[in-house]
Write a protein that binds this ligand. Structure first.
Ligand code: NAD
Length: 278
């Protein structure tokens, strides 16, 4: 199965569906990523803090897939924003992954109380210029954080990876990103399994109409919104299901019905708010 790509402002393309390995246990990561690669996934989203970069690297090596056919993302953790720390941190990640560069390196959280995300962003610009990552971006950045890094460095991130799913759609960040040519990566695209997608009539109705699962309907909604997704599962049948979203299309009415699921007051969020993570 060929997964479509989107063009980033760096000139590189990113597969719109990948496999995210948050909470995949280190001892199980090589197996899970190997199964994903065998199914046709080519985009893997990990992070230093996930503790499983070695398993990703082992699966990549064992796969024999040419490096330029893979898209590997990892992320800079919060206590490494300053001075030479980003360089040291990406060096450690590359060693664990067994790679000489990643495709995308992200500032994992803005940690606003530390007030050093501009320095972290400058650090990533230098890493990109040295070729240690092809493309740079951010994660969990809200509009004030995005405005500030662009104003102070002149460098616009290629992506912002944010919590985004039917009950929490981040309309302000999405609108800013669209205006600035920044792609949205939706983390927790299925709401992290914290609410029952199949119990939502708009999702259930579309699933029945298209003979797809509720998860596939929600992933398809993300695709049609232009979001990049990398749903997490350790089960091969779900890995297969989660990439099988390119043989049907939601109607405008079906998309609009899912658009309406965000209550608009922030109460649909299922995980940490960027201001709380420092
Ligand atoms: P997710 O929305 O992908 O939910 C994962 C859960 O959904 C699974 O544990 C499983 O219970 C369920 N699930 C998966 N496939 C399913 C299917 N086909 N049918 C029914 N249920 C299914 O949440 P996530 O793992 O938090 O997010 C995906 C990826 O996003 C992560 O693995 C990670 O790479 C990234 N992420 C990034 C951040 C960040 O701060 N940048 C935070 C969280 C996650």
């Amino acid at each position: 199965m060929t997964i479509p790509t989107l063009a980033m402002n760096s000139g590189y393309d990113i597969p719109q569906v990948g496999y995210g390995v948050f909470k995949v246990p280190a001892h199980d990561t090589e197996r899970a990523v190997s199964e994903a690669l065998a199914l046709g996934y080519r985009h893997i989203d990990t992070a230093a803090v996930y503790g499983n970069e070695e398993g990703v690297g082992a699966a990549v090596r064992a796969s024999g897939i040419p490096r330029d056919e893979l898209f590997i993302t990892t992320k800079l953790w919060n206590d490494r924003h300053e001075g030479d720390q980003p360089r040291a941190a990406i060096g450690e990640s590359l060693d664990k992954l067994g790679l000489d560069h990643v495709d995308l390196y992200l500032v994992h959280w803005p940690t606003p109380a530390r007030n050093n995300y501009v320095e972290a962003w400058q650090g990533l610009v230098a890493l990109r210029d040295e070729g240690l990552t092809r493309t740079i971006g951010v994660s969990n950045f809200l509009v004030p954080h995005l405005e500030r890094i662009v104003a102070e460095t002149g460098e616009t991130p290629a992506v912002d990876q944010i919590e985004l799913h039917p009950t929490y759609q981040q309309r302000e960040v999405v609108a800013w990103a669209a205006d600035h040519g920044v792609l949205i990566e939706a983390w927790g695209p299925l709401g992290q399994g914290k609410y029952d997608l199949g119990a939502i009539p708009a999702v259930r109705g579309a699933a029945d109409a298209h003979r797809k699962s509720p998860a596939q309907v929600v992933l398809r909604w993300h695709i049609q919104k232009g979001n990049i997704v990398f749903p997490k599962s350790v089960r091969v049948e779900r890995l297969r299901e989660n990439m099988d979203v390119f043989d049907f299309e939601l109607s405008d009415d079906e998309v609009t019905a899912i658009d309406a699921l965000d209550p608009g007051d922030g109460s649909g969020r299922v995980s940490a708010h960027p201001d709380e993570v420092n």
